[in-house]
Design a protein around this ligand. Structure first.
Ligand code: RP5
Length: 201
């Protein structure tokens, strides 16, 4: 392939991803993407918006969102994943059913950590996706989160933790996030007596 053709392909591949940051989506987004959030279908989007929202609102981390289907368009997946912007340091991949997307990406990108989110879908309610991701043979690891919404949020937090290794600003935001969680417990204790009274009425 000529260098010119390679450049065109790279540009096309990058155009398939949508940049999202705390300032907006697409042309309204600012900053270099640090995370790729990818999924097998746009039917996964409501679930993965939990990860997008956590990254942008809790940690101000810009990401690219991109659909990549290994059973509908495998060649495009290879093209997209091999030509991610150099600023991307972590990949979050969601799929339902026989969820081979995260494992395939782990092979394509030996240089980047891959976090898998199993979608709660279909007859097996995500158990199939969970096992497909977590039982990767030796050599292509996928860090697998819980099935469904908790997994999507945790994937964003885990990505932030990986980025925080080299970024003190993200580390500080992680500590603020932890403080907010602690405050919830304190608040629950403050209203506990009233709740117990209501139960015993
Ligand atoms: C997987 O197949 C996707 O990740 C999605 O979870 C599932 C169903 O896709 P659709 O039929 O809704 O497009 O590849």
């Amino acid at each position: 392939m000529s260098a010119e053709e390679q450049a065109i392909r790279t540009q096309l591949a990058q155009e398939h991803g949508v940049l999202i940051s705390s300032t907006g989506v697409g042309k309204h987004a600012q900053g270099e993407p640090k995370v790729l959030i990818t999924m097998g279908s746009d039917s996964d989007l409501p679930l993965m918006m939990k990860a997008v929202d956590t990254l942008r609102s809790e940690f101000c981390i810009p990401c690219i969102v991109q659909i990549n289907s290994v059973h509908r368009d495998l060649r495009s997946v290879v093209q997209h994943i091999e030509h991610l912007p150099a600023s991307v340091q972590v990949i979050i991949a969601c799929a339902g059913g026989a969820a081979h997307l995260p494992g395939n990406i782990a092979d394509l990108r030996a240089d980047l950590p891959v976090i898998g989110v199993p979608r709660d879908l279909g007859a097996l309610k995500g158990i199939d996706a969970l096992l497909s991701m977590v039982q990767m043979p030796e050599g292509a690891p996928v860090a697998v989160m819980a099935i469904g919404e908790a997994g999507a949020v945790n994937a964003a937090i885990h990505a932030a933790k990986e980025l925080a290794i080299g970024d003190p600003t993200i580390k500080a935001r992680l500590l603020i996030y932890a403080e907010k969680r602690k405050a919830r417990v304190q608040k629950q204790n403050e209203t506990l007596e009233q709740k117990l009274s209501d139960y015993s009425m």
